[in-house]
Write a protein that binds this ligand. Structure first.
Ligand code: HEC
Ligand code: HEC
Length: 291
């Protein structure tokens, strides 16, 4: 349409396209705004660039790969490989490190704690609880009361060889069956139980506790220590701190003395590799009150 034929619609003052319907219905010339058009052109150009650079078009049995060779799958696989390489680097470092060195190096510590926590949930939680809080007969590993010692080496040995099992290096010891084997009379057991309770301020019968002190000194101090503080060499628990493996009610204490006790933990060196055992030791040590 030439310029001289431009026609302006009288009502709106807008130029018309010259198209007319039903004799008097004229089409106004209202093109899309320029900014809108430019953005649309830009997206078209963008998409062409995208098709060239990136995977875009599905083909019968494949797809166009784009000149950049980008592949999300490959990126994930590379990351997995890199993760494995990084792990084996840490595993090697832990294998070589002395136990005591591991907590001193942040990277090793972090790796040991993560691996230890995972191995703990898999292997130890059934007996010690998911939070290592323990149950009657299965010690809480979060407190700083350690039957067999709470430094890294001691914890590592306990885990490695276990307790009162058939392994040659297992920790061994017995709490004698003072009642069953008639090493003590019933009243003596009652008295010494009161004495033991008095060590944590829980005795109810003072006279009995006083009588029990002599029995204790003669029969118990050799393992549990003169003032009941325990002996980690013998796995004899502290009787004076109010933390009880088998319960601290009078009847529990009497039962411990009457029938003896002997908790069993399996050895783990036969089932877990050295790196995992170290990780577990570091993890358990970190739980709280490692010495
Ligand atoms: C079958 C049950 C069982 C399993 C599984 C088990 N434990 Fe134990 N664990 C015990 C018992 C029972 C004791 C206490 C033995 C005793 O009375 O001296 C114990 C004691 C310990 C101690 C010594 C605590 C102290 O106060 O000295 C540590 C440390 C320990 N376990 C760590 C572990 C770790 C780590 C695992 C997993 C690799 C594990 N345990 C798996 C039963 C188990
Ligand atoms: C030969 C060493 C030995 C002698 C002697 C001994 N104990 Fe023990 N006692 C132990 C051991 C080891 C344990 C822990 C058993 C276990 O962990 O399963 C224990 C556990 C106990 C417990 C349970 C503690 C808890 O936390 O629940 C009590 C109570 C106790 N002994 C009291 C006595 C009294 C009282 C005597 C003396 C009459 C005595 N023991 C003599 C080794 C001994």
């Amino acid at each position: 349409m030439a310029d001289d034929q431009k026609k302006i619609d009288e009502v709106t003052g807008v130029e018309t396209t010259g198209h007319v319907w039903d004799d008097d219905l004229e089409e106004l010339n209202k093109p899309l705004p320029k900014w809108w058009l430019y953005i649309m052109y830009a997206t078209i150009i963008w998409s062409i660039g995208y098709w060239i650079l990136y995977p875009a078009w599905p083909l019968a049995s494949d797809y166009t790969r784009g000149v950049l060779g980008y592949s999300q799958r490959q990126i994930v696989m590379d990351q997995v490989e890199a993760g494995k390489a990084a792990q084996s680097q840490f595993r090697d470092a832990i294998a070589k490190a002395e136990l005591g060195e591991i907590p001193q190096k942040d990277e090793l510590l972090e790796f040991a704690l993560a691996g230890g926590a995972a191995a703990f949930k898999d292997n130890c939680a059934p007996c010690h609880g998911r939070g290592a809080q323990g149950f009657v007969g299965y010690p809480n590993l979060n407190d700083d009361d350690w039957i067999w010692g709470g430094d890294l080496e001691a914890i590592h040995d306990t885990i490695r060889y276990g307790i009162r099992n058939a392994d040659d290096d297992s920790r061994q010891s017995d709490m004698p069956k003072f009642g069953e084997e008639q090493l003590l009379e019933r009243p003596q057991i009652n008295d010494v139980a009161e004495y033991v309770l008095s060590l944590s301020g829980a005795a109810t019968d003072k006279a009995a506790a006083e009588r029990g002190a002599a029995v204790y000194a003669e029969q118990c101090a050799a393992c549990h220590g003169e003032n009941g503080k325990g002996n980690a060499e013998l796995g004899a628990p502290n009787l004076a701190n109010g933390i009880w493996l088998y319960g601290g009610d009078k009847k529990d204490v009497v039962e411990s003395i009457h029938t003896g006790r002997g908790g069993v933990m399996p050895p783990w060196h036969t089932r877990l590799d050295d790196v995992t055992l170290k990780q577990l030791a570091v993890y358990v040590h970190s739980l709280g009150g490692g010495k």
